[in-house]
Design a protein around this ligand. Sequence first.
Ligand SMILES: Cc1cc2nc3c(=O)[nH]c(=O)nc-3n(C[C@H](O)[C@H](O)[C@H](O)COP(=O)(O)OP(=O)(O)OC[C@H]3O[C@@H](n4cnc5c(N)ncnc54)[C@H](O)[C@@H]3O)c2cc1C
Ligand code: SF4
Length: 444
Amino acid sequence: MKKPIDTQNIILHKCMRETLTLEAAIKESNRCLLCHDAPCSAGCPAGTDPGKFIRQIKFYNYKGAARTIRSNNILGSVCAHICPVEKLCEKACSIKALEDPININGLQRFATEYGKIHKLEPLKRSKKNNGKIAIIGCGPAGMSCASQLAKMDYDVCIFEREPSAGGVIKWNIPEFRLPEDALNYDIENLANQGVEIKFNSAIDSKESLNKLKSEGFEAVFISSGLSEAFMLDMFKTYTNALDYITFLRQVKFGKDKLNLKDKNIAVIGGGSVAIDSAVSAKSCGANRVYLISLEHLAELPADEEEIKLAQLMKIIFKSGSQVTGVIQDGNIITGIKGIEIDWVQEGKFTPDNARQVSGTEFSLNVDLVVQAIGTKPGKEVGNFAEGIKTKGKGVIMVNDTFETNIPWIFAGGDVVNGGATVVQAVAEGKKAAESMDKYLKNRR
Ligand SMILES: Cc1cc2nc3c(=O)[nH]c(=O)nc-3n(C[C@H](O)[C@H](O)[C@H](O)COP(=O)(O)OP(=O)(O)OC[C@H]3O[C@@H](n4cnc5c(N)ncnc54)[C@H](O)[C@@H]3O)c2cc1C
Ligand code: SF4
């Protein structure tokens, strides 16, 4: 008997951005207008300098292109797969006025892959003779800050709570969007710079921070991200209601591959993370996956490309809807109740602005609820950095040099910007490293 075609796996496979062949890379780089002011480079928050690496590819200097990317952005390989380029470098591309923008992301994947295959020489190793700096958290912001400081010969140690590096990239971004070896390559490059990473080493108390001072660390960079997910009160006591952090990690690294065959899943949220959760549920064999959001379809904060993928994966959009209650059997949710909404004031997409539309009530049978309605920094930040100024949902306040109100403590990445992108975290880590260098030099 013929094996049935697994269309969903084919769709997911296609969704991974492909690496360009040599011929395709040459052809693409030849479309570049070589603008004098390289607006694409100005459009990259992390200073990866596409203007320069595209020119190098165009003139057949592929290793040079790989070096440019790696020396400017230690997460260059990861960014080549998951940067939202349509809002950044490709948005700024001059040729866009005439035709499609240059496939900058594709050229970046080509060059980093070329560097990997042709074994670029390791980055310069830190001489470690310029003072000790501690970094809390080994996600993109921490890795970028560490790499930049190592270039300036600091003795850098990253304290990471988990047993591996990468932060959200490692644990939560689904495999169908980012191949694991892209992150491994970037981690390897960082390790070659002589940066020490202490795993299973959370900094979570005042004592642990004081200990760093007594061990001779002269400055600290907090890059601990957002580790506490928001949960709606109505779901808090049920065992089959998860936040997306737990769910996506289980999908990627659960002891046994999560089997959701024939199960119905409700994902609450309308952003990119909600779509990643819904598509991941489908990839684990779920039967019906509902994406329930207050925003209507045209108002969803998720990107167009992501929405298209969700539609291809047959995710059922219950947009413009609010969950109003659960149907339960003991402490297990067996269904959810909802109602459609309108906005009281147009353009304000918040729960307090939603008006329920009577007569549109619905209920859905579900086996699992996944909530993707936002995250905030973990409580431990206030514990270890007592007196540190925060705002809003607890994000750390910094000045324009990424310095907090406590002189030797700097911070950057999601824990400061409230949740953005990998390339933004890289940019903030780099800028903070430059400021820490100035701060330490001024003190001497
Ligand atoms: C599902 C999902 C999909 C995403 N997709 C994209 C995408 O496609 N493109 C994109 O650009 N961005 C994407 N993002 C956003 C991006 O991943 C983040 O903006 C980025 O990871 C932030 O980096 P960070 O270093 O600030 O924090 P994190 O990545 O959160 O890293 C923080 C690190 O600190 C560690 N830590 C926390 N507390 C402590 C402590 N007390 N002591 C020691 N270590 C600690 C954590 O274990 C973690 O390793 C996505 C995010 C999610 C959740
Ligand atoms: S790092 Fe991202 S934003 Fe910057 S040039 Fe590369 S793909 Fe574009």
